[in-house]
Design a protein around this ligand. Structure first.
Ligand SMILES: [Zn+2]
Ligand SMILES: [Zn+2]
Length: 230
């Protein structure tokens, strides 16, 4: 297996491997900005294009800065003072406030596409690893990989579908025994695995919150409002 394959194999531990990779990537991108690029003009321009990122990433960036004693809120304060001044200037001059796409969302979306393609390319090697792991691709990422495979490698698409079904059914069993143990007649306490089945079911259906999933919703909303205003 090549180095990318090894990296992907490592990600197949629990939950959706792609969602987990994206979450880690998002965190490290925010760290890099806060550690190295607070005063970088190129990065500042990117912030300005969206008037300080999307709502999700703006709050995530602040939370990250507060949660790390080595960072603190100063860097974020410097960036957002600039964004506020930009906003004030547009109000003063009666210009329209430009609020383009958040560059972190775009970066995450790019990373998502690359990761999905990388897994689809190495599916033969990765499928046995996936099958024997606790990982479960979320619906979105299963469908993204599936649509590439159905075109290029229909046999693997079918094998992946079977493995996925198997995993989902096993998860449903855990969830059912969790529900049973809530019954007042139940004598046993739920196991750790059963307790964790609830967040795992939500992750399997909805994935983890990240720039790529949020951006998709935002885009749909935009299309809808355009249609409504017609
Ligand atoms: Zn996912
Ligand atoms: Zn964003």
């Amino acid at each position: 297996m090549d180095i990318v394959g090894i990296y992907l194999r490592e990600a197949m531990k629990e939950g959706c491997p792609i969602c987990r990779i994206l979450r880690e990537y998002e965190e490290s991108e925010i760290d890099t900005i806060l550690y190295e690029h607070v005063n970088d003009p190129a990065v500042r321009t990117k912030f300005k294009e969206s008037l300080g990122l999307c709502t999700y990433h703006a709050w995530k960036t602040l939370k990250k800065a507060y949660s790390n004693p080595l960072l603190g809120p100063l860097g974020v304060a410097i960036i957002y003072e600039h964004m506020l001044s930009t906003y004030i200037k547009t109000l003063e001059s009666r210009e329209k406030v430009k609020e383009g796409e958040c560059f972190l969302c775009l970066l995450v979306e790019e990373k998502e596409k690359d990761t999905v393609e990388a897994i689809a390319e190495r599916i033969e090697e990765l499928l046995p690893v996936y099958e024997s792991s606790e990982a479960i691709l979320c619906k979105r990422h299963y469908e993204m990989i599936g649509s590439i495979l159905r075109e290029k490698n229909p046999q693997s698409a079918e094998r992946l579908r079977k493995v996925q079904l198997e995993k989902l059914k096993k998860l449903r069993e855990k969830m059912n025994s969790l529900i049973d143990k809530f019954d007042y007649r139940a004598t046993e306490r739920p196991t750790k695995e059963e307790v964790s089945s609830l967040p795992r079911v939500i992750e399997a259906l909805k994935g983890l919150k990240n720039g790529a999933t949020l951006r998709k919703k935002e885009r749909k909303r935009r299309v809808r409002s355009v249609l409504l205003w017609r």
